[in-house]
Design a protein around this ligand. Structure first.
Ligand code: 3PY
Ligand code: MG
Length: 255
């Protein structure tokens, strides 16, 4: 297994990530045909559980996007389990200190780099010799989320933890923790300065920065700023936007 995303970032390309909140193999199959580079099943705030994650992965198998997961929390049991289920990348929310980042990497990597337990039930073919364990540490992406004031205070120490491939910014939690309204596509100059710092500090270390966005236009701007992975909304949000636009397009009022 080789991780395409990492290769694309190394070549200086930005990748576009889809986000699955809906626990349905069919909606995952539809989303997977839209051209995303990767698609992330959201076990934190999405209406997903472990079995729906597996069903989404199975539905996307014959399609190109790289399957990733946002775990609900920095907890070793679920981190190992989503990797065993076939995730090629783990996005972990609320990493606020270097110790928390080290615990995340330890949970996601096999020995000697970490302490992930062996048992890649879906990630490797069952019962046959497979190179999965030999390459998993290298090929599965570890992506801590930077989304609090505390994480910004500890940023350099977090980014120096070996094993981090990229960071992912949660704009709504980040703004919330800085005393602002929780929302995406932020325009506060203070936040944009933080984004510039995050890009500078990741680039210095040969790692990459990703951002959760609402609109395609904002996501494009953020690629211009230097983000290498941009997510656009999520499946339920995109469905609502398209459905709402369809209804409004044939009504002469906005009821
Ligand atoms: C946030 O905006 O806080 C997020 O976690 C987005 O996924
Ligand atoms: Mg968040």
């Amino acid at each position: 297994m080789a991780n395409r995303l990492k290769e694309q970032w190394r070549q200086g390309k930005a990748t576009v990530n889809g986000w699955l909140a809906i626990p349905s193999a069919f909606s995952a199959e539809v989303m997977a045909q839209a051209g995303w580079d990767s698609v992330t099943v959201d076990l934190q705030h999405g209406v997903q559980d472990y079995l729906s994650m597996i069903a989404c992965f199975q539905a996307m198998e014959k399609h190109p996007p790289l399957p990733m997961v946002r775990v609900p929390w920095n907890e070793p049991g679920i981190i190992g389990k989503v990797l065993d289920g076939g995730a090629y990348g783990v996005i972990c929310p609320m990493i606020n200190t270097a110790d928390e980042a080290r615990a995340f990497i330890r949970a996601a990597k096999y020995p000697p780099q970490g302490a992930r337990s062996n048992g890649p039930i879906r990630a490797a073919p069952y019962g046959v010799q497979s190179p999965y364990q030999a390459t998993a540490n290298q090929e599965t992406l570890c992506i801590p989320m930077i989304e609090t004031r505390e994480a910004l205070d500890n940023l350099e120490a977090i980014l120096d933890v070996p094993g981090i491939d990229a960071i992912y910014i949660g704009p709504s939690d980040l703004g919330f923790s800085l005393g602002m309204t929780p929302k995406l596509d932020r325009e506060e100059p203070e936040i944009l300065k933080i984004y510039e710092r995050l890009i500078r500090e990741t680039e210095k270390r040969g790692i990459f920065a990703g951002l959760h966005n609402l609109s395609p236009a904002y996501a494009r701007r953020m690629i211009g700023m230097g983000f290498k992975m941009v997510t656009i909304a999520n499946d339920s949000g995109l469905m609502f936007q398209a459905a709402r636009a369809a209804v409004l397009a044939v009504r002469d009022n906005t009821q």
